[in-house]
Design a binder for this molecule. Structure first.
Ligand code: CP
Length: 311
């Protein structure tokens, strides 16, 4: 099996309960991954994904090996039939086949261009590994999705929910740079599978891909969306309609203690303090961000466990 999308989760409630069991006893399956190798290939930067996925592998007895592809490997060509007389020195057909001989599972992080919507939505890097590798592939954040984060977030909400059907708000917040849609997309897909009252808040011009948001209510008024919220999940993303553009940096969308009220604050990290969210939120008991980062290990461990058990 591959894990490339939240849609690969058959029953998120079962997966969340299984992740809780792993968290309670992280070394229970230490023999499962003996003599198995996890290759982690990073085309982009990471702190949490890089360390938590290695930790997850170690908890299963696997041997993780890591490569910063962009900095350290030969430039990889993804085009079919390309005359490789430019900057790329190795084709994905060889690269994926070779890495498959060293690894029993390959995990890949490759961000979008944010300039070419068609290319990004084709998931060129991730889908090429799926096509040309001969071992299971795990998405460690691709152009359009971050399903390890989405599963983590479902686990965190399940752990902290005080009522049967909590209200969860995904709120855009300002940022100085153009950021991907991947975290927002996977969070939307995860919440659509959970028993939550889920809404999205973002400024005009920042609606996520409607093929992902489907019938989830979208508010362009943050105050209205936050009413009676139990969880506020915050993330910046660039415009989808004006693809990859920053068209709004309105500081009035920053998350403050006043706006949050009694709700819990969530963010995948890294987060820019006092741009996305004020110190008073992150430094308070309302913030779940450190627990979210902790849960990244158990989400990754569950995915790896299922791959090891099911092939
Ligand atoms: N949330 C997350 O994926 O963090 P990193 O980018 O540091 O891996």
């Amino acid at each position: 099996m591959n894990y490339t999308s939240i849609q690969d989760i058959d029953d998120i409630h079962t997966w969340v309960e299984e992740a809780k069991q792993l968290k309670a006893n992280p070394l229970a399956d230490i023999a499962l991954g003996k003599n198995k190798t996890l290759g982690l290939l990073f085309f982009n930067s990471s702190l949490r994904t890089r360390l938590s996925t290695q930790k997850a592998a170690l908890n299963l007895g696997m041997n993780p090996i890591v490569m910063n592809v962009s900095g350290d490997a030969w430039g990889i060509e993804f085009g079919d039939g390309t005359v490789m007389n430019g900057n790329t020195a190795e084709h994905i057909k060889e690269a994926a086949a070779v890495v498959s001989q060293y690894c029993d599972v390959i995990a890949v992080r490759a961000f979008p261009t944010l300039t070419d919507k068609t290319k990004d939505e084709s998931e060129q890097v991730l889908s090429s590994f799926v096509k040309f590798a001969s071992v299971p592939i795990v998405n460690m954040e691709s152009a359009t999705g971050h399903p390890l984060q989405g599963l983590t977030d479902a686990l965190t909400i399940s752990e902290h929910a005080k009522i049967a059907k909590p209200k969860v708000v995904l709120s855009w917040a300002p940022h100085i740079k153009a950021l991907p849609h991947a975290v927002g997309n996977s969070f939307v897909e995860a919440m659509q599978k959970m028993d939550v009252d889920f809404v999205i808040a973002n400024p005009e011009g920042y609606d996520l891909n409607p093929e992902i948001t489907k019938d989830t209510p979208v508010y362009h008024n943050q105050e209205e969306a936050f009413k009676d919220a139990d969880f506020v999940y915050t993330k910046n993303w660039s415009s989808y309609d004006n693809y990859g553009q920053v068209i709004n940096t309105d500081p009035n969308w920053m998350i403050t203690k006043d706006k949050l009220g009694a709700a819990k604050f969530m963010h995948c990290l890294p987060v820019r303090r006092n741009v996305v969210v004020e110190d008073a939120v992150l430094d308070s008991d309302s913030s779940l961000v450190i627990e979210q980062a902790n849960n990244r290990t158990y989400a990754a461990q569950l995915v790896l466990k299922k791959i090891l058990e099911n092939g």
